[in-house]
Write a protein that binds this ligand. Structure first.
Ligand code: PLP
Length: 373
């Protein structure tokens, strides 16, 4: 006999709060005006001089990062390892502290005030990420532990489902191929090695050209109807080069392949528009975008996410649970089993606000000017 347990239905975000104070889109801790104004209104620390007109974005935003106000070996700390992980502005730290001090509670499972507020803020963070990368809908954003986990999610769900030998689609292709470049981060390679071992898919690697940039001509040449997936970085953490994802997506889609974009090094530094790129999947890590560790995200086109099986089993990701089987929630909750990293997700939302408040064009222009100087 099957025992049916009552499911918890997630209320739509818009129905959680109707007051204008809590309305969607309420944002911003760092106004764009601050960037262009002649002097910063950010509170200055003891010993800091006001930022006069014409000074760089770096000088303007430095007061937002408390960690930088310390001496190391007798010198003011300068941090240049943001590609590994970025420092966190006060706005992000404070947002996380506000959660723990003001409304620490679980999400999606209780109806009391704290939980409703936590659920609202958690789902608002998803909406902020969705808007930040111009996804069609917040349901296309799955929170993960980091980009690595997001890639593994795609590998273990889409990959194992679509690349398994014996699968009807794959049988028709005999040797489905995954194309990836030799400049990829290990996180973008190893999950596919595991999937290839399990499914019999073949990994093909695109080399570098004479300028040590990804050889796009070779990539294009290697695409064939056997290609099922192209795994590609947006900005390389090894080379610093930017790949033309729009073109790669067109070429890949021409042969029916999907494109997974590792955007770890682009999302924090430039405008990323998943619809303009026409990426099928895209991943990034919060900790590289002035947000907390322990949270990242997967963007997936909703029609792909909807067809993918769950990644992990447990609470949150189910619709109905019977003793002998379960039915699964719609995306994105289908892929978020168990209590998620709530404070971290809300902190990521604050990081998105912080970056948006400055403006991604401005951030990119500033970084290009540093490289050019
Ligand atoms: C291009 C790229 N992809 C993936 C990753 C993995 O990110 P995480 O360790 O946050 O999962 C990194 C981290 O350095 C990276 O630079």
């Amino acid at each position: 006999m099957a025992l049916k347990l009552p499911p918890f239905k997630v209320p739509a975000l818009s129905s959680l709060f109707s007051s204008s104070r809590m309305a969607l889109g309420s944002r911003c801790v760092f106004s764009a005006a601050q960037c262009s104004s002649s002097s910063s209104s950010t509170a200055l620390r003891e010993g800091e001089r006001p930022v006069p007109a014409g000074l760089s974005l770096g000088h303007l935003t430095r007061p937002d990062f408390p960690i930088l106000y310390q001496e190391v070996n007798g010198s003011k700390l300068v941090y240049l390892d943001s590609a590994a992980t970025s420092q966190k502005p006060t706005a992000v730290l404070k947002t996380m502290q506000d959660y723990y001090e003001g409304y620490n509670s679980n999400v999606h499972r209780s109806i009391h005030y704290l939980s409703t507020k936590a659920t609202y803020e958690y789902e608002l963070a998803r909406k902020k990420v969705s808007d930040f990368i111009n996804a069609s809908d917040p349901s296309e954003i799955v929170f993960s532990r980091n980009a690595t986990e997001a890639i593994n999610l795609v590998a273990c769900t889409w990959g194992l489902t679509n690349l398994k030998p014996g699968d009807e689609v794959l049988i028709a292709c005999h040797f489905p191929q995954i194309v990836t470049t030799v400049a990829e981060h290990h996180s973008a390679i190893v999950p596919w090695q595991i999937v290839a071992q399990k499914t019999g898919a073949v990994l093909k690697f695109v080399g570098l050209d004479h300028d040590e940039l990804v050889d796009l001509a070779q990539l294009r040449q290697m695409l064939s109807k056997n290609t099922k997936l192209v795994v590609v970085h947006h900005v390389s953490n090894v080379l610093g080069s930017i790949l033309p994802i729009e073109d790669i997506a067109i070429w890949a889609h021409e042969v029916g392949a999907k494109v997974l974009v590792d955007a770890c090094q682009s999302v924090p530094h430039m405008v990323v528009d998943v619809q303009a790129l026409d990426a099928d999947f895209l991943v990034a890590s919060s900790h590289k975008m002035v947000g907390p560790t322990g949270i990242g995200f997967l963007y997936g086109k909703i029609e792909l996410l909807s067809e993918m099986p769950p990644f992990l089993g447990g609470g949150e990701m189910i619709s109905d649970v019977f003793l002998d089987h379960s039915t699964y929630a719609e995306p994105p909750l289908r892929f978020e089993a168990g209590t998620p990293a709530i404070a971290e997700a809300i902190g990521l939302g604050a990081a998105v606000d912080y970056l948006s408040g400055i403006g991604m064009e401005k951030i990119h222009e500033y970084e290009v000017s540093i490289v050019d100087s």
